[in-house]
Design a protein around this ligand. Structure first.
Ligand code: FES
Length: 71
């Protein structure tokens, strides 16, 4: 286990889903604007490209997983 006290933030890659970022961080868009996060200290970033709220996960990846499961 990695000692988390040394780090300001940690990234957790979730299987078939987003990356959960926890800790003290800020997110800045391509224009340099800081994005607000819904829950201080925790955010889920989309890795599938399907989210309508990029860069945040909106659970659209779950629809893709359902489609894969039925095909
Ligand atoms: S990872 Fe959840 S919508 Fe992309």
């Amino acid at each position: 286990m990695i000692e988390s006290a040394k780090h300001a933030a940690s990234l957790h890659f979730l299987k078939h889903g987003p990356v959960r970022v926890e800790g003290t961080f800020r997110i800045v868009d391509i224009d340099g604007n800081e994005l607000e996060v819904a829950e201080a200290g925790k955010v889920y970033l989309c890795t599938c490209g399907k989210s309508n709220t990029k860069p945040f996960c909106d659970c659209s990846h779950q629809e893709e997983l359902k489609l894969r499961a039925t095909n």
